[in-house]
Ligand binder design. Sequence first.
Ligand SMILES: NC(=O)c1ccc[n+]([C@@H]2O[C@H](COP(=O)([O-])OP(=O)(O)OC[C@H]3O[C@@H](n4cnc5c(N)ncnc54)[C@H](OP(=O)(O)O)[C@@H]3O)[C@@H](O)[C@H]2O)c1
Length: 312
Amino acid sequence: MGIQPAADSLNSAIMTAALSRALAGTVRFAGATAPNPPVGCVLLDADGMVIAEGFHRKAGAPHAEAEAIFKARAAGLVSHIDTVVVTLEPCNHHGRTPPCADAILATPARRVIIGAPDPNPNVAGGGAGRLAAAGLSVIFASELADRRARQLAQQAARLIAPFARRSVTGLPWVTVKQAIDENGGMVPPAGATTFTSSSSLTLAHRLRRRADAILTGSGTILADNPQFTVRRVPDFAGKQRVLAILDRRNRVSAGYVADAETRGFSVLKSDSLLDVLRELGKQGVMEALIEAGPTLTTTVLESGLWDETCVD
Ligand SMILES: NC(=O)c1ccc[n+]([C@@H]2O[C@H](COP(=O)([O-])OP(=O)(O)OC[C@H]3O[C@@H](n4cnc5c(N)ncnc54)[C@H](OP(=O)(O)O)[C@@H]3O)[C@@H](O)[C@H]2O)c1
């Protein structure tokens, strides 16, 4: 594996532009694909022209490579495929769909550019090794000399970070969202449920859309009766989230739980942060968003069981 300049007619700028395009398209599906990662694929001809692109849109739907190759075939262009640019290392195992390494080997592709290696400990190196063994030039973006390509490699790794976290630890990626006022407080004035700007609220709904679960504390529910639905941005069709509630004293009413289920949530009550994260991981949750008051937020931050914070 590695860069093989003699065989490469495509220059690095074309490859990075294609990877950038694949990543930009894939970001749209972050939050839609659990328990699978969001993945994008762009197919190039020998002149570096885009033949087709494909994305993994949801679990059970075709993988990105399969969708792109299908589109190229439908357009009568499959014989022109020279380079496969993919945001995540192609799989080499039979899941719900056949291995993408096989689908690539069934095309005339000579080169594969990969944004991020597969983090799954059971398959690491599988797809890339298989393609290289079959004689294709396999290049990881992180190996390219171009600084932009290495930035894109980081972007590709970030895009699958929730998938990687769950693959490696069984726990979801945990994002802590906090609205903080000018005095550092998180509790809105009496009678209000928020003190943030409209743009901050929109960001909060974007984070919800990306998450597979919302995790909150009983205090927030008792104070605000929150809906936790995605409203300010369009949600993914048919997406079901888990609403996990930490409530050791059982203060959250059955009526609140029933209403949340009516809004489409699968509700999970727990009295332990670690146990609930383990259960969410088991249920296929890749990203959990903490939307809690100061008590639970502090517990989460002190636990070290978080990956990212978003403060506004
Ligand atoms: N600014 C923001 O971003 C933001 C976001 C959400 C809410 N809020 C505000 O926060 C206020 C509510 O604050 P809060 O601190 O009471 O809410 P909270 O942190 O959401 O809930 C606290 C409750 O969670 C339960 N809990 C269960 N397990 C816990 C654990 N391991 N660690 C900590 N708590 C655990 C506790 O009740 P048990 O002991 O009964 O289990 C605790 O009283 C509201 O006014 C709301 O508007 C602000």
